[in-house]
Design a protein around this ligand. Structure first.
Ligand SMILES: [Zn+2]
Length: 57
């Protein structure tokens, strides 16, 4: 099972994350590469800040 980033569609291999053609028939687990994961976390944080759901310390 390979992990594919559902944002930029990079797949994880033994060297790290790289953009490559997905082999047909291969099973993919959708996830986030470290880059997109960080972006997503920032987006989530901004979302909570904008919606006032985040309690300021
Ligand atoms: Zn990605």
């Amino acid at each position: 099972m390979q992990v594919i980033c559902c944002v930029c569609h990079k797949t994880k291999n033994h060297k790290g994350w790289a953009k490559q053609a997905a082999r047909s028939g291969a099973q993919f687990s959708h996830g986030y590469c470290p880059q997109c994961y960080r972006q997503m976390m920032e987006m989530v944080e901004n979302f909570f800040v904008l919606n006032g759901c985040r309690k300021s310390a």
